[in-house]
Design a protein around this ligand. Sequence first.
Ligand code: PSU
Ligand code: MN
Length: 304
Amino acid sequence: MERVRNVRLSDDVSRALAEDKPVVALESTVFSTLGLPKPANADALERCTSTIEENGAVAAVTAVIDGELRLGITESEWGDILNCKTKVASRDLPFASAEGIRVGATTVSASLAIAEAAGVKVFCTGGIGGVHHGYQETGDLSADLYALARHRVVCISAGAKVFLDLRRTMEVLESLGVPVLGWKTDNFPAFYIRNSKLPITQVNNAETVVKVFRNASALGLPQGVLVGVPIPKEHQLDPESTWSLIDDTLAEAKKFGISGPGVTPFILEALAKSTKGESVPANLALLENNARAAVEIAKQFQQE
Ligand code: PSU
Ligand code: MN
């Protein structure tokens, strides 16, 4: 068993890195019940890992298990992730291992830290965290944004969580100096919706993504690159009714005094209910689609 900077690598991941084969890191919060309801969460984990593997890369799920920071888990550990109720962001990693917590589901920020520590350059998720509505009062801004600014990893996502303040999220990424690229699109994708109308720089192939990443590193810039991949057309939710549903649910969350980490599960559940479950297959489809783009980018790193 190999360990790099306190991260335990699975045999698969360790071998792939030694042989310079493509590896795609995945977070685990999205596969826990904090991210998706059962049994869709198991489906999502299965579809993401098999898409990555069928396309010729190694899938490396990040997690904390028995107090160890992990990159790559075995199928026998899937249940731990699927049932996990403990969300671990980057700041929680040192405590999670100091305390030896049984299982922690890692967020984007924790996963970027783990991936970079092990030398994995490509990470894939559904949606990143960002600036919440009402930030002025709550100060709720995801650690994911700072992590993108601190870790040299390409992060592939379908945008940010759709109920965030996407305009402010884009502003913060700009302030932090994180390049945001659109995968065959010129605007930031909005998770269930393809078009947020917020302009970003379009790229049409993996080669450009890798060039941008390498150019930033060559300058000594410390950040990663965020790539936004729109949900496939046939899985997109109706934009108009989804936006208005989000407005209503946000108002409800406020009324119930739900804030902080409780907001995501509350809204995802409300969305699943109001779309009669339609949001869940859409979520799975975008995850799989992101995984496909991530493999292309991971393979491109091997080309040069
Ligand atoms: N987007 C989703 N579902 C999720 C998340 C994002 O559609 O479960 C998770 C990711 O793990 C992300 C985290 O890193 O939420 C951000 O949480 P917060 O807003 O508390 O920083
Ligand atoms: Mn938060």
